[in-house]
Design a protein around this ligand. Structure first.
Ligand SMILES: *Cc1c(COP(=O)(O)O)cnc(C)c1O
Length: 398
């Protein structure tokens, strides 16, 4: 099938929920992707912060292949060793006590929200609790996750959504305090806002929220679906702050490319929360994804990828600072580790499209931010290659 046929047929057969770039990707190796014409691309998007260990990782592939030969799926009515290994690793590395595996990020949010509601229900003996979420947040596309996503455009067509959600300003502690009532059961937020434009939580904000939650027995749910799994230089972004959530959500990089998410919680929450009959999933945490998560975490810990992300992230930060100094249309720069964003006055969609012609895969966030979320295995020379390609892209657009 030639490239244009693939594009045309896809546009006929797929529901048009994405404006795709005219790129037909064929395979990947390390931090590079190759299209069906054999053209090579440096990947600074990682399939939206998913491919942390890059493409074609031998050891990871072998783990998946050997699990395929044994058992793919059994349902959650039985035990499997791959899932137990994944759970043990995840509980340890997340400093949580119990984990539930899902098939996606949005499902991890659904589970976290249900866990918080059930906790308050058990404590108070009745339902009717409220959740405080953040403006400009992103938590997913299913109705519950959409209900806590602070984006009018995403929400509007689907009203009425889940009731009892109030939105505060991110990094605005007073606006959160103003929304607390005796009905509040949880605050949900991203430790680093991703889709909203790469906004890390300010330390005082996150500490203030933790304190507010402690004083009112409100659960703190940190959504680490994008910023977690080593990307900020620690296994979870909240580990850069002196706070610990009650519930944490994960997905994206968790399975190294296999669709898997999870929500994990402390024993304090688990003891009063979801019990048999309250929650479930047919696929979630099957032996295949168990093997993927187990191997992903093993590689990440053994190869010290969070520390590597901190190091290359610092280099990326310096490099992007230089670009912001050099180009007037780059107006701000934020981020931590290998999740960074640069505000750009050129149309960012066009920058991303032109970058492809230069052999660079880049994505955007919000309406005016260039987003940098490469595989965690990049080296400083890849950062140099990226900035060179980006500058060439800018030259074409000016
Ligand atoms: C991507 C993302 C989600 C949703 O994950 P899906 O797997 O697309 O459902 C939720 N929260 C954050 C912070 C995300 O970046």
């Amino acid at each position: 099938m030639d490239k244009q046929t693939c594009i045309n047929q896809s546009e006929e057969n797929l529901l048009h929920t994405y404006n795709r770039f005219p790129l037909v990707l064929d395979h990947g190796k390390g931090v590079y992707l190759y299209d069906t014409d054999g053209k090579k691309y440096l990947d600074f998007a990682a399939g939206i912060a998913v491919m942390a260990i890059g493409y074609d990782h031998e050891e990871y592939k072998e783990a998946l292949k050997s699990q395929i030969d044994k058992l793919l799926h059994i349902s959650n009515l039985y035990y499997s060793e791959p899932l137990e290994r994944a759970a043990a690793r995840l509980v340890k590395t997340s400093r949580m006590d119990r984990v539930f595996f899902t098939n996606s990020g949005t499902e991890a949010i659904e589970g976290a929200v249900k866990a918080a509601k059930k906790y308050a229900y058990t404590r108070d003996g009745h339902a009717g609790h409220e959740i405080i979420a953040m403006k400009h947040s992103f938590h997913g596309r299913s109705i519950g996750a959409l209900s806590v996503t602070g984006n009018e455009k995403y929400q509007a067509p689907f009203a009425p959504l889940m009731p009892g959600v109030k939105f505060a300003g991110y990094n605005d502690l007073e606006s959160v305090k103003a929304l607390v009532t005796e009905k509040t059961c949880a605050v949900i937020m991203e430790t680093v806002q991703g889709e909203g434009g790469i906004y890390p939580a300010e330390p005082e904000f996150l500490k203030g929220i933790r304190d507010l939650c402690d004083r009112n027995d409100i659960l703190l749910i940190l959504d680490e679906i994008q910023c977690g799994m080593g990307r900020t230089g620690k296994m979870f972004a909240w580990m850069n702050y002196d706070v610990k959530p009650d519930i944490v959500t994960m997905a994206k990089a968790l399975g190294g490319g296999v669709p898997v998410g999870a929500f994990a919680m402390t024993e304090k929450v688990a003891g009063k929360s979801l019990a048999p009959g309250d929650h479930g999933t047919t696929y979630g945490g099957n032996p295949f994804v168990g093997a993927a998560v187990d191997k992903m975490l093993e590689i990440m810990e053994r190869d010290n990828l969070p520390a590597h992300a901190a190091k290359t992230g610092a280099y990326l930060y310096e490099s992007l600072e230089k670009l912001v100094e050099k180009y007037d249309f780059l107006t701000a720069h934020r981020g931590i580790g290998l999740i960074q964003g640069v505000e750009c006055e050129l149309p960012v969609g066009q920058v991303a499209a032109k970058a492809l012609e230069e052999g660079l895969v880049l994505i955007t966030a919000g309406t005016n931010v260039l987003r940098f979320v490469p595989p965690l295995i990049i080296e400083t020379e890849h950062v140099d290659e990226m900035t060179e390609k980006l500058e060439k892209t800018f030259a074409r657009l000016q």
